[in-house]
Design a binder for this molecule. Structure first.
Ligand code: HEC
Ligand code: HEC
Ligand code: HEC
Length: 286
């Protein structure tokens, strides 16, 4: 739990989220701190898959950013027709935020839309960027409160109960279960190396390879179009484990320990940094 918290804090700091951290004196352990994250209104889910055919919310956001850029660029160049076109698109998309999520109405600065419309109409090009800067503050307020959590909730894969079906042994197991197996295998090899039981360590390599092979059959569920990330991780294990086996045959304790560490970083930790972290974080919002 403690580790999870540390990872969460790192992740949250990494993602640049504004968090409120308060030292609560009423808590049993005096060092305890709490992190408060806001959960978006349930209705937001309707603008994402699977409730929706498309990622409507996200694409509205991408359009808003593009529209602001277009308006800034065209106002600098004084291109009236384009400015009118992009400002109308922007106004429509900006208003659609509260149509999609009425609870978020208060984040919007709708008055600025009138200012924008009249600046465009009256060819007041130099005031456009100032108006847009002010409008953008409303974007940031909402992003500070909800962006990271929404990305995790609606666009990050979950793994905990995911079934890994057609593995080496044909049995059905979950990610949670295979992770426990992998962790035991790696730790048993580690213990055996530390205590000088090199042939025991050597014998444990093959089952570990099989567990990883089993795990790798699940990657394609989501990575069918881009196999490079999977190759990188699984390829590392295919070269590092035979190297480890060789060092164990030579009874080279320190180099074998080092090789196992390298394997844990390049195979386990690399995948965890992307998938376990987002999976753990997502889990706390369910
Ligand atoms: C009321 C809330 C709210 C407002 C206002 C808002 N956004 Fe967003 N925005 C979000 C949420 C929630 C996400 C996260 C969506 C996701 O990751 O799927 C997001 C994500 C984005 C992204 C995607 C970032 C990325 O690269 O992944 C962009 C771009 C964006 N918003 C632009 C804007 C702009 C520009 C404005 C203002 C004109 C704006 N947003 C106003 C809630 C808001
Ligand atoms: C898909 C890439 C991936 C790879 C490769 C991977 N893991 Fe994991 N691991 C995960 C995910 C995702 C979770 C979180 C599962 C969940 O949501 O419960 C996890 C969780 C764990 C956990 C925590 C299990 C629990 O129940 O709390 C352990 C321990 C673990 N992994 C060990 C390992 C070891 C050891 C290796 C390397 C031999 C490894 N993992 C390789 C993705 C991966
Ligand atoms: C449930 C769907 C899903 C499964 C299963 C899955 N991935 Fe991913 N993976 C993704 C998505 C989506 C991304 C893109 C980043 C993100 O949004 O988390 C990604 C990104 C990654 C990345 C980082 C991208 C990069 O280019 O380095 C790595 C590495 C990776 N996956 C490895 C694996 C491996 C290895 C497995 C199997 C053991 C696996 N993934 C299984 C969905 C999945």
């Amino acid at each position: 739990m403690y580790q999870l918290l540390i990872r969460m804090i790192c992740a949250i700091a990494f993602m640049g989220l504004t968090i409120s951290v308060s030292a609560d004196t009423a808590v049993n352990s005096p060092g305890d701190q709490t992190i408060t994250l806001k959960k978006p209104p349930k209705i937001l889910a309707e603008w994402y898959k699977p409730a929706n055919k498309r990622q409507v919310w996200l694409h509205t956001m991408f359009r808003l950013r593009r529209e602001i850029l277009a308006m800034n660029d065209y106002s600098e160049k004084g291109k009236q027709a384009e400015l009118e076109k992009w400002s109308q698109k922007f106004i429509k998309d900006y208003k659609s935020i509260a149509e999609m999520v009425p609870q978020w109405q208060d984040y919007l600065d709708l008055d600025k839309l009138d200012d924008l419309e009249s600046a465009v109409k009256n060819h007041e090009y130099s005031s456009i960027s100032t108006i847009l800067k002010k409008t953008s503050k409303s974007c940031m307020h909402c992003h500070d409160d909800y962006q990271t959590v929404a990305t995790l909730m609606f666009r990050s894969p979950v793994f905990n109960e995911r079934i890994i079906s057609e593995g080496f042994s044909g049995e059905k197991i979950t990610y949670d279960e295979i992770m426990v197996q992998l962790s035991k295998s790696v730790n048993r090899i580690n213990i055996a190396i530390k205590d000088g039981y090199y042939s025991d360590a050597h014998e444990l390599i093959e089952p570990l390879e099989q567990q990883l092979e089993h795990l790798s059959t699940s990657c394609g569920d989501c990575h069918q179009e881009d196999e490079v990330p999977v190759e990188r991780i699984m390829g590392a294990s295919q070269s590092l484990l035979p190297e480890l086996a060789e060092l164990l045959e030579l009874k080279e304790q320190r180099p074998a320990g080092g090789k196992l560490g390298e394997f844990a970083v390049k195979v386990c930790a690399k995948c965890h940094s992307i998938h376990r972290l987002s999976s753990d974080l997502k889990f706390i919002f369910d």
